[in-house]
Design a protein around this ligand. Structure first.
Ligand code: NAI
Length: 465
């Protein structure tokens, strides 16, 4: 029986980063993955293909709507097959890249479906029906998550799709209803709206982007509405009927009132994700999931000795970068080092146009915790580079402790703010005060000056407005 220091179940951002880190630290490591390519949901059917379509559709819309104002004349046509192909090419190259990193770091990829067979044992069922048992001093569960379902809304990946189906449509629907105004619904909804679909978003809550700062979410919703997305908030979906020509979705106001039917070519179900544990056989080591299906952990240790869990299958935001950080910290703990994740500095980004990005606490969270804070805010309309680029939508908002000036949260709306939030992540990791950012020289003219100006605003000495 093959023996390893670490056997990781799952080859997504949590699993593959854990595997590579284990290899780097000289541990013998196997990563069990059933999918034909490594990278998990993120690389195969999540973050990466969605960004490929977001970027391509953004360029399409830019060319159609904004080139003329810049003095560029062009005639634009959509080639959806090529747009999908370039997406698939990027995904293919990146998943191969992980295979290369596995080889480089002496990680063995054991292909097949992993199941815990007892303390220190993982059984892997290969596609041909054979089973191999691996012996492991440590088992790391990194099995991720899958789309949540809604009773009465049967996903067929043609008329009623989840995120996987929405990434693979081979024709632009004339109309699309998105159930759920969260990250997936708004990112993928905006892809198909830009390519020509009329998009209506039906959401249970009375707001978009639950969890995000409320002012940020409101500004974001206004931006999406201006682009033509229609929002029906506070609505409870009661069912969906698919036919050869489309889908009829039924919903009614959460607060009570008359039910409504809406018909569209395609319905995208995006009401959250749930942890994947089916078939893992957790019972074999006396483990069970909690009421919401998650595996409870304490510094990545489960209740079973030698069994660890990281990423979406455990508590916390279901984000690839959170899983990656947990992967590194978990393996470092296994190797006897001091692995640590700072959960106060996990950024969130919605890759729409304009983008939404935040890190740290929202105003609502600070109020609920009774923390007094000061606000510095700067609009991109007052930033020269954003203006000359015709990209002046949005703002940067910095929340700093009223007594100590320590940065507690940063919330931004604007083109490419997802690329800019990293500056504040570093600042917060170093325990910076807003004045630290306010007194740091930033290059002119860049959009990054808005980051500094917002920090200057905390003490009321913003200059560029
Ligand atoms: P989400 O939790 O972000 O949003 C789901 C939305 O659906 C919520 O607004 C919720 O109130 C609503 N909802 C729930 N039940 C409903 C119902 N019956 N009728 C109408 N609305 C309902 O989940 P989403 O967008 O599916 O994303 C899943 C996960 O994937 C999230 O944890 C997200 O963070 C992650 N993700 C992150 C991305 C990023 O970082 N850019 C991109 C895509 C996904």
């Amino acid at each position: 029986m093959a023996q390893y220091d670490v056997v990781i179940i799952g080859g997504g951002p949590g699993g593959y980063n854990a595997a590579i880190r284990a290899g780097q630290l000289g541990l013998s490591v196997a990563c069990v993955e059933a999918r034909k390519t490594l990278g998990g949901t993120c690389l195969n059917v999540g973050c990466i293909p969605s960004k490929a379509l977001l970027h391509a559709s953004e360029m399409y819309e830019l060319a159609r709507k904004d080139f003329a104002g810049m003095g560029i004349k062009a005639s634009i046509d959509l080639d959806l097959a090529q747009m999908q192909k370039q997406k698939d090419d990027s995904v293919g190259a990146l998943t191969k890249g992980i295979e290369f990193l596995f080889k480089k770091n002496k990680v063995e990829w054991v292909k097949g479906f992993g199941r815990i067979a007892g303390p220190g044992k993982v059984a892997v069922a290969a596609e041909d029906g054979s089973e191999t048992v691996l012996e492991a001093r440590n088992i790391v569960i990194a099995t991720g998550s899958e789309p949540s379902r809604l009773p009465g809304v049967e996903v067929d990946q043609t008329r009623i799709v989840d995120s996987t189906g929405a990434l693979a449509l081979n024709a632009v629907p004339k109309s699309m209803i998105v159930i759920g105004a969260g990250v997936i619904g708004l990112e993928l909804g905006s892809v198909w709206r830009r390519l020509g679909a009329e998009v209506t978003v039906v959401e249970y809550l009375d707001r978009t982007l639950p969890g995000a700062d409320a002012e940020l979410a409101q500004a974001f919703q206004r931006a999406m509405t201006k682009q033509g997305m229609v929002f029906k908030l506070g609505q409870k979906v009661t069912g969906a009927k698919a036919s050869a020509t489309g889908v009829t979705l039924s919903f009614e106001p959460v607060a009570g009132g008359p039910a409504e039917n809406l018909t569209a070519d395609v319905v995208l179900l995006a009401v959250g994700r749930r942890p994947t544990t089916a078939g893992l056989n957790l019972e074999a080591v006396g483990l069970a999931t909690d009421a919401r299906g998650f595996i409870a952990t304490d510094h990545f240790r489960t209740a079973a000795p030698g069994v660890w869990a990281i990423g979406d299958v455990t508590h916390g935001p279901m984000l690839a970068h959170k899983a990656e950080d947990e992967a590194v910290a978990c393996i470092e703990l296994i190797a006897g080092k001091a692995g640590h994740v700072n959960y106060d500095v996990i950024p969130g980004v919605v890759y729409t146009y304009p983008e939404v990005a935040w890190v740290g606490k929202s105003e609502e969270e600070l109020k609920a915790a009774g923390v007094s804070y000061k606000i510095g805010k700067f609009p991109f309309t007052a930033n020269s580079r954003a203006k000359v680029n015709h990209e002046a939508e949005g703002f940067v908002k910095v929340l700093a402790d009223a007594k100590t000036d320590r940065i507690l949260g940063v919330h931004m709306l604007g083109p490419q703010v997802g690329e800019m939030i990293g500056e504040y992540c570093v600042a917060m990791e170093f325990g910076a005060a807003s004045e630290d950012v306010a007194r740091t020289c930033h290059p002119h003219p860049t959009r990054s000056e808005a980051l500094r100006q917002a920090a200057m605003g905390v003490e009321g000495w913003t200059m560029q407005a």
